[in-house]
Design a protein around this ligand. Structure first.
Ligand code: GTP
Ligand code: SPV
Ligand code: MN
Length: 588
C-alpha cells in the first residue's frame, strides 16, 4: 500500500514509511497531526476497544485508565540492546548485538506484524519547537495508547513535520506491540543509523521512543560526538525572597525521587521561597555563550510514578494529574476514581486492582502496580517554569547526584572539584526499584543514574564528563545527596519530600559561595547548624545519623567500587581510579 498524506511531501519520510509498511503489512496507515480533534477521535477509538477506560468525570475530568498486559509493566533492561558494529562501543554494561544480526532478527518479528492493525506515523519533537538543538523523531507504532501518550509527552504532530520540512535528519523509530510475548521482546538502538526498533512491549520507556530511547540512549551518543550531555536529570528553579532565581539539575535513578524533587513545595519555614519545575526526568546540557552550562528539558509531559503520590508528599503532582491524564496500572474505586498505595485518606474496603480483579482491604497483594504511572501534560503543573519552551534553557548552578541507599551515603556532600564530582557520580549506587523488571531493593552501581540509558561505552561516557570541564569555564558545583538512609529499625532517617528544601538551601548557598563547609575525607559537608532544621519535628540526633560518615562503611564502599571500574579495563579513565585510590589511602 503506497503511502499518501496531505501533511508532508518529505520524500525521505514517505519512502521510509513505505518501506516499513511493506514489512509490517498494516491494514491502514494514519499520519498523526497532533490536533485536539485527532486526540478525541483516537481516545474514542481506544475506549471502544477497551484500551482506555473512562474514569469518574467529576473527580478526574478527561482522565482514562489503561491496563497493560501483566507481563509488560516496566522497562526491560535485559531485552534492551545497543547495536553498534563493535561490541566495545557499547561497553560491558550494555547488552550488545551487531546491527546486521539485530536487523535480521527483528525483521523476522516485524514481518506481517501489523496485519489487521493500523500503522500510526507519529512525528514529534524532543525539545522546544524551532530550536536548533531540538531533535525530530518519527515513531511508527501499532498502538493507539502509544500515540495518545506521545501527544502528552512530546511536541507531536504537524508542528514536527513543519520543522522537519524536506530534511532527512530525523530519528527513525519503529514500534510494534506484537503479541506482548516477553520472549520476543527487543528494544534495539542503532546509534549510527539514528534508529530505534522496539518490539513486543507497549509500556513506558520500552514503547514511548522519544523518552529513554531517543532522548537518553541515542541522545547521549550524539552528545558525546557533539560536545554536550544527555542526562537522566530533573531541572528545577528556586526563587529566593529577593527574587533571585537559581537552577539546579539532579540525577536520581528511576523511582528515586526526581518528579517529587522537581515539584517540591518548600516547608513553611521557607516563606517567600518558590520552586519551579523545568523538567522531571531528562536534561540536555550544553555550554552557553556565557561559559555556563545550560539545561533544556526535551519532554512536554510527565510519565510519573503513581504510588506514594499524595497531597502531603507532592501536592503539585496531585494538581497536575487532576485532569486530562492517562493512568496506567493503578487501581480503581467503586465510583470510578483512581487509587494507589500511599494515596491520601482511608484505604477503601473494596477496589478493582491493576489487573482488573476485585481487591479487598487487607489483601497482601498491591492494588496498584508498584510501577503504575500517570501521563500528564506539563501545562497542568501549577509551578511550571516560564522557561520550559526557551530554546536556551536555564543556566545550571549545581548538579546533584543521589541514589537510594539505606546505609553509608550521607544526606548531603559537596565534591572538592569537577573531577571529584564526576567520581562521585560515576560511583553512585542505588537499590533497584519497580521501574525496571527484575529484583527490587538490590544495591547496584548506577553511574549518574544512567546505567540503563547510556548509549555507548560507560568508560567513554566518564571521559566525556571529565572533558566537559575544559568546555565549561563556569561549571556548576557538584553535590551528592541521599534521601533514603535508614535507621537500624529500617525507618527513613530524613523526612524527605518538601523538607529536601532544607538541603537544597545549603546547596544553593554553597553554589553562591555564601557559606563555609566542613571538610571530610570524602567531600565537603554542612557545618553544625548550617542545615536549617527549624520547624522540623525530628530529633537532631536523627539528622546526625542521616549525615554521619562512617569510615568503616566508606572503606567497604571504596573497595567495592574497584570491581565496577575494573570491568572497563584500559578504557577506564585513570583520573577516576586515582581519586578512588587517593580516598582509600587517606583512610588507612
Ligand atoms: P522515574 O520516573 O522512574 O525516573 O522516577 P523519579 O526519579 O521521578 O521518582 P519519583 O519522584 O516518582 O519517586 C519515586 C518514589 O520515591 C515514590 O514512591 C516517592 O514517594 C518516593 N520518594 C520520592 N522522594 C522521596 C523522599 O524525599 N524521601 C522518601 N523517603 N521517598 C521519596
Ligand atoms: C524510568 O524508568 O526512569 C522512567 C519510566 O522514567 S520509563 O519511561 O518507563 O523509562
Ligand atoms: Mn526516569
Amino acid at each position: 500500500m503506497p503511502t499518501s498524506t496531505t501533511l508532508t511531501t518529505n520524500k525521505h519520510l514517505l519512502g521510509w514509511v513505505d518501506e516499513m509498511a511493506a514489512m509490517c503489512q498494516p491494514d491502514s496507515i494514519v499520519f498523526c497531526d497532533g490536533t485536539e480533534d485527532e486526540r478525541k477521535r483516537l481516545t474514542e477509538l481506544a475506549v471502544s476497544k477497551g484500551i482506555l477506560i473512562p474514569l469518574n468525570a467529576q473527580k478526574h475530568p478527561g482522565c482514562y485508565l489503561h491496563r497493560s498486559n501483566p507481563n509488560d509493566v516496566a522497562r526491560v533492561e535485559h531485552c534492551t540492546f545497543i547495536c553498534t558494529p563493535e561490541k566495545d562501543s557499547a561497553g560491558p554494561t550494555n547488552n550488545w548485538m551487531a546491527p546486521a544480526e539485530a536487523y535480521t532478527k527483528l525483521k523476522g518479528l516485524f514481518e506481517g506484524s501489523m496485519k489487521g492493525r493500523t500503522m500510526y506515523v507519529v512525528p514529534y519533537v524532543m525539545g522546544p519547537l524551532g530550536s536548533e538543538h531540538s531533535k525530530i523523531g518519527i515513531e511508527i507504532t501499532d498502538s493507539v495508547y502509544v500515540v495518545l501518550n506521545m501527544q502528552i509527552m512530546t511536541r507531536m504532530g504537524k508542528a514536527a513535520l513543519d520543522m522537519l520540512a524536506d530534511k532527512d535528519d530525523f530519528n527513525r523509530g519503529l514500534h510494534c506491540t506484537g503479541d506482548v510475548n516477553p520472549d520476543r521482546r527487543y528494544i534495539c538502538h542503532f546509534p549510527q543509523d539514528n534508529a530505534i526498533w522496539s518490539f513486543g512491549s507497549g509500556y513506558g520507556g520500552n514503547a514511548l521512543l522519544g523518552k529513554k530511547c531517543l532522548s537518553l540512549r541515542i541522545g547521549s551518543y550524539l552528545g558525546k560526538s557533539e560536545g554536550w550531555l544527555a542526562e537522566h536529570m530533573l531541572i528545577l528553579g528556586v526563587e529566593d525572597p529577593d527574587g533571585t532565581k537559581t537552577y539546579v539539575a539532579a540525577a536520581f535513578p528511576s523511582a528515586c525521587g526526581k518528579t517529587n524533587f522537581a515539584m517540591m513545595i518548600p516547608p513553611r519555614r521557607f516563606a517567600g521561597w518558590r520552586v519551579f519545575t523545568v523538567g522531571d526526568d531528562i536534561a540536555w546540557l550544553r555550554v552557553g555563550e556565557d561559559g555556563r552550562l545550560w539545561a533544556v528539558n526535551p519532554e512536554n509531559g510527565y510519565f510519573g510514578v503513581a504510588p506514594g503520590t499524595n497531597m502531603k508528599s507532592n501536592p503539585n503532582a496531585m494538581k497536575t494529574i487532576s485532569k486530562n491524564t492517562i493512568f496506567t496500572n493503578v487501581a480503581v474505586t467503586k465510583d470510578g476514581d483512581v487509587w494507589w498505595e500511599g494515596l491520601d485518606g482511608e484505604v477503601p474496603d473494596e477496589l478493582t486492582d491493576w489487573k482488573g480483579q476485585p481487591w479487598k482491604k487487607g489483601s497482601t497483594e498491591k492494588a496498584a502496580h508498584p510501577n503504575s504511572r500517570f501521563t500528564a501534560p506539563a501545562s497542568n503543573n501549577p509551578i511550571l517554569s516560564s522557561h520550559v519552551n526557551d530554546p536556551r534553557g536555564v543556566p545550571i548552578s549545581a548538579i546533584i547526584f543521589g541514589g537510594r541507599r539505606s546505609t553509608t551515603i550521607p544526606l548531603v556532600m559537596q565534591s572538592f572539584n569537577w573531577a571529584h564530582g564526576v567520581y562521585l557520580g560515576s560511583t553512585m549506587a542505588s537499590e533497584t526499584t519497580a521501574a525496571a523488571t527484575g529484583a527490587t531493593g538490590v544495591v547496584r552501581r548506577d553511574p549518574m543514574a544512567m546505567l540503563p540509558f547510556t548509549g555507548y561505552n560507560v568508560a567513554d561516557y566518564f571521559q566525556h564528563w571529565l572533558n566537559m570541564q575544559r568546555r565549561v569555564p563556569y561549571p556548576p558545583k557538584i553535590f551528592m545527596v541521599n534521601w533514603f538512609r535508614k535507621n537500624a529499625a529500617g525507618k527513613f532517617l530524613w523526612p524527605g519530600y518538601g523538607d529536601n528544601m532544607r538541603v537544597l538551601k545549603w546547596i544553593l548557598d554553597r553554589a553562591h559561595g555564601k557559606v563555609g563547609a566542613q571538610e571530610t575525607l570524602f567531600g565537603w559537608v554542612p557545618k553544625q547548624g548550617h542545615i536549617d532544621l527549624s520547624g522540623l519535628d525530628i530529633p537532631p540526633e536523627t539528622v546526625d545519623e542521616a549525615t554521619n560518615i562512617d569510615d568503616n562503611e566508606w572503606k567497604i564502599e571504596l573497595e567495592s567500587q574497584k570491581a565496577f571500574y575494573d570491568q572497563f579495563g584500559e578504557r577506564m579513565p585513570r583520573t577516576l581510579e586515582l581519586i578512588r585510590q587517593q580516598l582509600l589511602s587517606r583512610l588507612s
